[in-house]
Design a protein around this ligand. Sequence first.
Ligand SMILES: *Cc1c(COP(=O)(O)O)cnc(C)c1O
Length: 499
Amino acid sequence: MPALHKIEEMQTPAAIATETSLDPKDWKELKNLAHEMVDDMFAYLEDIRKEPAWRAPSLFAKEKLREPLPVKSTAAEEVYQEFKENILPFNLNNIHPRFWAWVQGGGTPLGMIADMLASGMNPNMAIGNHIPMYVELQVIDWCKQIFGFPAEASGIIQSGASMANITALIVARNTFLDNCKQRGLTALGKQLIVYGSEETHNCLLKAVEVIGLGSEHFRKIKVNDDYTINIKSLLEQIEADKINGFVPFCIVGNAGTVNTGAIDDLSLLTAIAKKEKMWFHVDGAFGAIPKILPEFEKQLKGLEDADSLSFDFHKWMYMNYEAACVLIRNKTAHKKAFSTPVNYLMQHDRGLSSGPESFSDYGMELSRGFKSLKIWMSLKTYGLDKYRELVRQNLEQVKYLVELIDENKELELMAPAELNIACFRFNPFSKHHKDLNSLNKEILMRLHEQGIATPSYTILKGNYVIRVAHTNHRTRKEDFDILINGVIRLGHAIINEDV
Ligand SMILES: *Cc1c(COP(=O)(O)O)cnc(C)c1O
């Protein structure tokens, strides 16, 4: 390698340079402010347990965010004060120990710092011979090991499982419609069909719409009592579609449905996909993560045989938003779907344009941030064993919550809680309360508005339920005591107001 050329003697000293830039004039001043910000954010995270679970954004704070476009400068200290007063207090608060809404992780202080380092380096993760590219490749290799994918498989870090799922479906579609990149969807002259249970996440329906297959061609297969896909219905639907001249091409298996955490029979789905020469994709947004636990060997069997798998780091791996990954077994198919040679992105043998293959050949995005640094740092710092411990802790805490529900005659568990999601409702059977749906919705509103806890909701078989989706590393068992006491107290208060 040639020696690096010395260029200091050609540089103008900062004090006499005439050009402007966005670097601070006074580095020390911004550095002091930065230290204050770090201290404030650490205090914020350290003390979050003492805060209400949620606080509605104040009118004032909302009004402050309708100001005219700034044309002149404002001191960074002043802008930071406004952040502290009007933005920070009204967070979504998924960092709070009693946040269990939707399926959202809480991030970590280490992840926050890693994001700062990544942002300081600020590489564009599209192309080039620089170490951040190798960090992402390292992370993808680790993912293959975690989920039992072969070393030759490919993958790419994505913003979330929605993007990971659509990426996988594009590869699947293009594999079946070999010349669809040139000729579009009419290349086959027949309609491609995707199958998944009716509990499949909406982002897969969106994907099917966006990639031009049409939502009618996502067959929503009915589920069993435990909300897993009904295999018999799936097979019947595939047969019927074949008879009607459609082309069944992809099965989506759920490793953890969003409503209840149900895990489909993935090995059976793999076998069906193989037999029918279809693509098998697994949406494992959060439910693929227990693959790190030996006790899930049986339940998640088959996942390692999928053609593609997507999962999030920002849910059950507790990493800071955003971070997800898609793995694709067939690297050639993956690259073929997204790479189009262009002059200005040519790979060179030497210099900055050499190095690993462009990530833009494996996904839609060209410019991408250095999301993989926080993943690399978190995995290295904590090690897989720490994640095993935390995922087990979450599973045990959900069992504890289910015990609390079972012990209480006025609470009803509304779906099996096999994984990390518990759906339940308040039901004072004896009191013949007329509308349990509105009663439980009102309980949930008050849980939020009083800052007690933030579970969310769903509708199961027409019933409005309170839904706890647990991917929170800060929760303690006592937090579930607080939730249950709150539900019962509020339930009685609402009934008493009604009579
Ligand atoms: C959250 C979720 C998604 C979407 O993932 P994002 O990271 O929010 O894009 C997809 N599938 C399931 C099962 C999910 O829980």
